[in-house]
Ligand binder design. Sequence first.
Ligand SMILES: Cc1cc2nc3c(=O)[nH]c(=O)nc-3n(C[C@H](O)[C@H](O)[C@H](O)COP(=O)(O)OP(=O)(O)OC[C@H]3O[C@@H](n4cnc5c(N)ncnc54)[C@H](O)[C@@H]3O)c2cc1C
Length: 413
Amino acid sequence: MEEIDVLVVGAGPAGTTVAHRLAVGGHQVVVVEEHPRVGYPVQCAGLVSQRALDLAGTTSVVRATVRGATVFGPSLGSVHFKAPEPRAFVIDRGGLDVALADRAARAGAEFRTSVRFDGRGTSEGGRTVVRLTGPENTRSEVSVRLVIGADGVSSAVARAFRLRRPVEILPAFEAEIPRSPGDPDTVEVYLGRKFSPGLFGWWIPDGSGGARVGVAVDADGTSARAYFDHLLEYLARRFGKPLGSPTALLVSGIPIGTVPQTHGDGVMLVGDAAAQVKPLSGGGIFTGMRCAEIAAAVAHDALGRGDLSATRLADYDRAWRAEFGEEFHRALYLRRVFQRLDDTDLDRLIAALQGSELAATIVAFGDIDFPTHVARQLLRQSPSLVRLLPKALGAWVSSGSFRTPQLDFGGRK
Ligand SMILES: Cc1cc2nc3c(=O)[nH]c(=O)nc-3n(C[C@H](O)[C@H](O)[C@H](O)COP(=O)(O)OP(=O)(O)OC[C@H]3O[C@@H](n4cnc5c(N)ncnc54)[C@H](O)[C@@H]3O)c2cc1C
């Protein structure tokens, strides 16, 4: 049976980042990707921060810069803000995955496409037998020291190793629209039950005259596609002209909420597989790549010691939570508050945000990777905002501590 030191399952940004780091560290790394082409089909809007580009080590995938945002409430009141400098970047997401895979391959990682992880067999003597299915349904088994599940939201690796899945997976639908008559460096966000209950709808100019339009919603029995169609109809009315037929349709899911454990004996999860996703936006490229770097550092050490036990790999869980745990915790808390707001509350929230001082605060503190900082700052500055929200939130905002209060959320409104 073939023996492999590190098997990375999935060639998205998290998998290719961990593969690159471990290959640089001199380890034998094999990446399996179920699709024939790394990076395709694209399942992402591709809006990232400078931090993500820094981790990727390339700007060649940038297609447009974003300086501002307009957030629409359910009755279409809006709040707009714009920074003098770029705050986010619209990237060629397929191109990013390819660039990251090239980097890992150049460092020595081996890529096998059209190969799917299908489950695990026995674990013995510090090795796990893994079942793979290759082109034309060829089945094989390999013996692996460390399996890294970077296989996205439906992670087969997490299921095979009995690691718990995130509590919520939000259905998402996105497409590319050929015409984008709006401001080319401003993204639009649509809140409210009619547009996108549970998260939001988005309109992101793509830098070549079109836009990426999508929704992520609560699983409430109505399909994400129906909400998408509704948003598109509204946008065509708003711009007063046809926007062209949507292409590159994608249906996917966004994991929300951290999972209790992202490692086990001989296994680690990274990226969406580990629900390392920002709970207020669903963005996971930066967080997944950064956590993949942390995973690689811990794996490098564990491989060197010849100890891939859950006890040793627990350092990974501790380290990534030290960096993101508090932000995710606060963001989840704010998300729960947000979910309790009905459309009237959301309209009031937008109205309360309409003021030049608050717009200036958003510009000064806005950070797509750490959105709770600006949220807290806004709540501190505007008592009318706090009055709209539960009492416990007010206590949190005025306290010196940045820990979130305990709240009994009960049922949703
Ligand atoms: C509609 C939508 C829009 C989004 N927009 C943004 C955005 O603008 N900005 C942002 O930061 N994030 C965004 N995200 C989230 C972002 O796409 C993910 O967080 C990110 O792709 C996670 O990277 P990953 O490497 O963990 O997983 P993925 O990118 O999902 O990669 C997983 C890879 O594993 C492969 N795979 C799966 N199962 C197997 C298997 N059994 N065997 C072999 N291979 C397998 C898949 O084919 C895939 O290539 C969006 C998500 C959605 C759904």
